[in-house]
Write a protein that binds this ligand. Structure first.
Ligand code: ZN
Length: 251
């Protein structure tokens, strides 16, 4: 398995002979409105061209369709014959947009000997969660590949714990910038919650993404690393890749 960490939740995952692109937010810097009144979004450019990002992609996997996950640029630029896996809530949106090869994953789907299991979570708590709507994550499994759990836009919650216990992922990808809206509290994981994942997932490597790209973030990569150091979480246990970084995983 090889992953190119592009920006926010956009990753190019080479897995079991296929290339999956996750959550394409392809806008230029500042092209999207502000979420928290601090700056327009995204707060940083893509590390490479959109052409390079889309090159070789077999399937897009979508966690949900908030603007920082499937933006208008992606909707317009991605060819309509692209295959998309999404949560049931978003099927109509993609089909209406002309993506004829959209398939929703209710529980799981097996394609080309790769199984993709949809997981759930909470995009915040209380009223804010209701406003944010349904979000998904996914577990990837294949015979000669590591088990990967991409948690998506969720806080640390029972669902996350259950997925870790059930699928024993080798790698857990968390959205960890501690984003908040008004005084919502975190709507995705923050440093503490990411470290909580590290602590319960004894046999997993945690990979924190969704960092330093949006104006409602409350922690930086440096903040997260600092707290991890304090808690005795090693740089091998918790990876915090930079935009554009490519990592090959051997197990
Ligand atoms: Zn997000």
């Amino acid at each position: 398995m090889k992953i190119e960490f592009i920006r926010n939740a956009t990753m190019k995952i080479e897995y079991n002979g296929e290339i999956f692109l996750t959550d394409p937010m392809l806008a230029d810097k500042f092209e999207i409105e502000s979420f928290a009144g601090n700056s327009r979004n995204p707060t940083i450019e893509l590390p490479c061209s959109i052409y390079e990002i889309l090159q070789g992609v077999d399937t897009i996997i979508s966690s949900h369709t908030h603007q920082d996950h499937f933006d208008a640029t992606a909707m317009d630029i991605i060819p309509s014959e692209m295959s998309i896996f999404c949560q049931p809530e978003d099927t109509k949106k993609f089909l209406d947009h002309g993506f004829v090869y959209t398939e929703s994953i209710d529980e799981k789907i097996t394609r080309n000997w790769t199984t993709i299991i949809r997981t759930t979570g909470h995009h915040g708590t209380g009223e804010i969660e209701k406003a944010m709507g349904t979000v998904s994550g996914y577990v990837l499994q294949a015979e000669n590949e590591p088990v990967v759990y991409w948690a998506g836009d969720t806080i640390y919650c029972d669902e996350v714990k259950q997925v870790i216990a059930k699928y024993k992922p080798d790698y857990i990808i968390t959205h960890s910038c501690g984003a908040t809206l008004d005084d919502s509290g975190p709507i995705i994981m923050d440093a503490k919650q990411t470290i909580d994942v590290c602590k319960i997932a004894n046999n997993s490597t945690i990979i924190a993404i969704h960092m330093e790209a949006l104006d409602h973030a409350t922690i930086t990569r440096k903040d997260l690393r600092k707290m991890a150091d304090k808690e005795g979480i090693s740089t091998e246990k918790l990876l915090i890749p930079n935009d554009g970084e490519i990592i090959t995983f051997n197990t």
